[in-house]
Design a protein around this ligand. Sequence first.
Ligand code: SAH
Length: 591
Amino acid sequence: MIGLVAVTTAGRTSAARLDAAWPGRTRRYDGPAKQVLPRAWAECDDIVCFLAVGATTRIIAPLLKSKWTDPAVVCVDESARHAVALVGGHAAGANELAARVAGVLGAEPVVTTATDVTGLPGLDTLGWPAEGAIAAVSRALLDKTPTILETDVTWPIPALPVTAGGAAEHRIVITDRIVPANDRTVVLRPPSLVVGVGASRGVSEEEVLGLIAEALVSAGLSAASVTALATVEAKAAEEGIVAAARRRSWPVITHPADRLASVPVPNPSDAVLAAVGTPSVAEAAALASADELVAEKRKSAMATVAIARRRPRGRLALVGLGPGSRDLLTPRAVAELRRSSVVVGLHAYVDQVADLLRPGTRVLASELGQEEARARTAVEQARSGHAVALVGSGDAGVYAMASPALSLAGDDIDVVAVPGITAGLASAALVGAPLGHDHAVISLSDLHTPWEVIERRVRAAAEGDFVVVFYNPRSRGRDWQLGAALEILGRHRAGDTPVAVVRDAYRSGERATVTTLADLDPAAVDMRCVVIVGAASTRTIAGRMVTPRGYGWLLHRLRRVRRSLPGRRHRLRRSLRRPDPDDRKAGQCPA
Ligand code: SAH
């Protein structure tokens, strides 16, 4: 929940904009800051304060406890020019919140934590508990002093600017095991362990926590890597388990007894089977929520615990970079690029965003073609646990890499997609509003599709009077297809139908022209172009290509009513009174 604290009219206006941008995720605290800010502090994870930094600091000073538990606070000035990450920059995410607030309000984010200022990841940005020499290792990274990364398994984390291999005094160790500490080592605790818990009715919180601590110590594992407790549904409300979980901020995962009964375990028990309907609770619940058992069942008078480890799931982000210019690259795409440690894509696209990648990011760039290999590389990297961004121009799902990649990806990796502004949309915006009504997008490349299929689609679009957006319109080796497609459209459209040719939309050398079906010279078109052919209703108005939304909803309604059964005058009268929202699609509403 994001608390919005506003005391002035301008502040309330800005707060309302955040409210509208993040529906359901904000709570308003209007009123004297001295009263409402402490309330927001107690009730919210994040706070955006429309108040001076000084005033905010004075009010929150007595409330500050720890960067791990305090909310993130961002201050926005009266004219919404700056969004300042005040406290909780890394640990609570105030730096990120400042960027998001700035994005909505058109403000400048102000971040002062050293590692973000220099573009290096803060060791605590992962949100993972970090132990040991955090300051010394952060400093070493900033100073480019050799620092190595040692990790038990590959985790999908952002790139860290570490030295590849070799010996170094400074180390970042990612492990859930207890390891010797020193003043040049940071240990990051990944969210890898699940503790299965069984208990008799009335077990105490202390007994549960005590047994968990014993089990962790004897297995040489860190409590900081425990992500959850797991148990059988029948114990979901067992007070000792619930209280232990609450004390450590662990969620409790519950499984039905029959699910647990199906999990093979090393130490099943008949007594447990008789009591709760599964021969194992602790071991089975731990395994049902993770992948491998790392500590078998251990008992106290009234409790049992076992520990299992989760295998990391790699992450594949399909990131659309937009047509080219930086301000059409979405903030979410930037965040995904900086969230990744491996970037896969064509040289041209990777080069376009090279300056945004974190130092240490591995770039696997390839030449044109080789789509299959590129998709395979991205999926394999994610499958081996990395955070991978597969990038493409426009939208990664439009005539691009997302579909070959997802055809190969299984459910063993997480996939996120960041939509991008396509070449079609970018080109349309440059020439007016040609897509104001139904349109079809057709690629003229017969590399993956036989020409007969393409031709059939062009014919259908021509007969259906769709505006047509042609991708891959013409290359040196494919020089007749565009002419053939235009000829088909010409059988159904007048010679003066507007046609746009846009080359390198929103890239350097951009060229956008509006001509007509009769005048278009296919020789002026190449692979860096999009061609948009208007429908029967498309006009050129003041040099801009415009496809009207419709011919007037009234005409349409009359025609529709006339077509329907006779004797429905009352309906006709009613339908004439207001436009029917269902008709929006047909473009006949004045909406
Ligand atoms: N995924 C991309 C399309 C890739 S297919 C997208 O969503 O836009 C490549 C074709 O897209 C090119 O042959 C060209 O027709 C078109 N294209 C891509 N970028 C373009 C740009 N900036 N200007 C004009 N056409 C472009």
